[in-house]
Unconditional design. Structure first.
Length: 551
């Protein structure tokens, strides 16, 4: 598809518009509703750049194109361009107005009133109203979304006194709630298209109708997803791009070549070996991960299997895996060693004061002996079905390493890999695995990202990225539920510290190194990162400069 790049002939006027305080950049403090200006430009141009087709590289095919009922990473990359959230977030994680223009908490912290932007329409022309917010919160996020099931566990009702007001009524305080109202996290879906349907199989999950700067145009399975500029977007004259095409590129070497040749303008999750080389090319820039992206990675056990309920076996496996080897030799240092259920990147809540399981194959063998797993004539103590989540070459190499490392202590893994959709079905619906790998966001608050993984009440077959191990600990639940409603920041931190110690003692998942999700982009692409969501934002401000005659 040929690219079109041009400079708007009324560039000077457009630049003035670009620099003035827009409604979308009004920053609303979550408790007071106070206003402050927020603008963090990435570039200075003589004119706003309009038009062009932006090509985005994806390492996997999405399972659907909406995030209202899914935490699929590729859906979270694509869908915020189609759906605006109630808020976006600045680099300090303060809310920035999108579909909601203000917020106000009641004194008892049990009612959050949101004023919605007027005049917004769904892409099919139907008006966006508070009824859409209430329906999405109560019928979708609270029931089907793996993170929403914990985030909105205390939500009793959403009052809609008029089309522009939504009042969240809570049974207990939810101090994290204002951090959870972004598009990728709590996506509002159109009530008129979802009410009375099965939301998991609704055809609009794959042909979405949103409120955002880009409209769904096409999805050619296995190849690409195409979005087109929304000419009726509420924040005119945005968006500036004419099209965005999300290209599926399964092979990391092909992704690197596509970036070098600018067949792709931006990609997430480039392989570490490629990052080192690509960062030296003048035409490309390597940007850090999105601020709201705190990755937790783990090796999860199916605790429905009686054998893996023996904590000695789980601890033995932890001692058999060398995290430092994975971090330094597979991820080339791009990331951090995992020590518990909350990753180091989530600094306000992270605690290193937890049980540790350093690499020690001899200790692993002793624990397996104690569990009654003696080696047979071939040195095999235990055979298990291992279903890793394979997203790129690094995760494949990590899976190969884990299989080899466990083989050295007598645990034979039958490694079975599938495409992403089949992985989700097998792990979360069929529950047909012994051990799997898990990767997901733990932030921006543990009540939003971490609790869903370890809270017993969030185990529900068919809900992806929920309680994958089927872990059930009354003690861990008690700390999670107390922290979920605690309004004193210091006390919340202490509760999460206790929670981390419990989980690392029980070890339902073994922490693995959490790789950095760096962004590689063409230097011609600017202003894509105007919020803390980075590449997961809506790209309304993104601009693509014309290629020079030199190439």
């Amino acid at each position: 598809m040929p690219e079109k790049h041009w400079i708007d002939p009324v560039g000077a006027a457009m630049l003035a518009h670009h620099m003035r305080l827009s409604r979308r950049r009004l920053l609303y403090a979550s408790l007071t509703g106070a206003l402050a200006s927020w603008w963090r430009p990435q570039s200075v141009w003589s004119a706003v750049l309009r038009g062009g087709t932006l090509f985005v590289g994806m390492v996997a095919e999405p399972t659907m194109l909406t995030s209202g009922v899914s935490t699929d990473g590729m859906a979270q990359l694509i869908s915020p361009k189609i759906f605006d959230g109630l808020f976006a977030y600045d680099d300090d994680l303060n809310p920035v107005a999108q579909l909601a223009t203000s917020s106000h908490w009641s004194k008892d912290q049990l009612a959050l009133t949101l004023t919605l932007r007027s005049g917004v329409r769904w892409h099919d022309g139907h008006p966006f109203t508070s009824a859409d917010v209430a329906f999405s919160a109560l019928q979708l996020w609270k029931q089907y979304h793996s993170r929403g099931r914990t985030t909105f566990a205390n939500l009793l009702a959403v009052d809609t006194p008029d089309d522009s007001t939504a009042i969240f009524r809570l049974s207990s305080p939810a101090p994290y709630l204002m951090s959870a109202l972004g598009s990728a996290e709590s996506q509002i879906l159109p009530k008129h298209l979802y009410a009375g349907t099965d939301p998991l199989s609704n055809p609009h999950n794959n042909a979405p109708v949103g409120t955002g700067p880009y409209r769904y145009a096409a999805w050619k399975r296995g190849e690409h997803v195409e979005l087109a500029r929304n000419p009726d977007y509420w924040d005119q004259p945005r968006p500036y791009l004419e099209q965005i095409i999300f290209q599926v590129v399964h092979d990391s070497a092909a992704m690197a070549v596509a970036l070098e040749t600018e067949e792709i303008h931006i990609a997430l999750g480039a392989q570490p070996v490629d990052l080192v080389r690509l960062s030296k090319l003048g035409i490309l820039a390597v940007d850090p991960p999105a601020i709201r992206s705190y990755i937790y990675a783990g090796l999860a056990f199916n605790l429905d299997r009686p054998l893996f309920r023996d904590v000695r076996i789980r601890r033995a496996i932890a001692h058999a895996v060398d995290q430092s080897f994975i971090l330094n030799n597979i991820y080339l240092g791009y990331g951090a060693v995992g020590t518990g259920p909350i990753p180091p990147g989530l600094k306000p809540f992270y605690s290193g004061d937890v049980p540790r399981y350093p690499f020690d194959p001899a200790k692993a063998a002793v624990l397996l002996d104690q569990a009654g797993l003696k080696p047979d004539g071939n040195g095999v103590r235990l055979s298990a079905v291992f279903c890793p989540q394979i997203g790129n070459d690094a995760t494949r190499r990590q899976a190969d390493y884990i299989k080899q490392a466990l083989g050295k202590v007598g645990i034979r893994l039958d490694m079975q890999t599938t495409d992403f959709a089949a992985y989700i079905r097998r792990i979360y619906s069929e529950r047909n695995f012994d051990i799997c790998t898990y990767t997901g966001s733990a932030g921006p608050d543990p009540a939003i990202g971490t609790q869903r993984i370890f809270w017993s009440k969030n185990y529900k077959p068919g809900v992806a990225f929920s309680n994958v191990a089927h872990y059930a600990s009354p003690e861990a639940d008690r700390y999670l539920e107390a922290a979920q409603v605690e309004t004193d920041a210091g006390k919340r931190v202490e509760l999460y510290k206790d929670f981390q110690r419990v989980v690392q003692t029980d070890l339902p998942l073994i922490p693995l190194p959490a790789p950095d999700v760096n962004v590689v982009r063409s230097r011609r692409l600017t202003d894509y990162r105007t919020t803390a969501d980075g590449a997961y934002g809506n790209f309304a401000d993104a601009q693509l400069a014309r290629k020079s005659s030199a190439g």
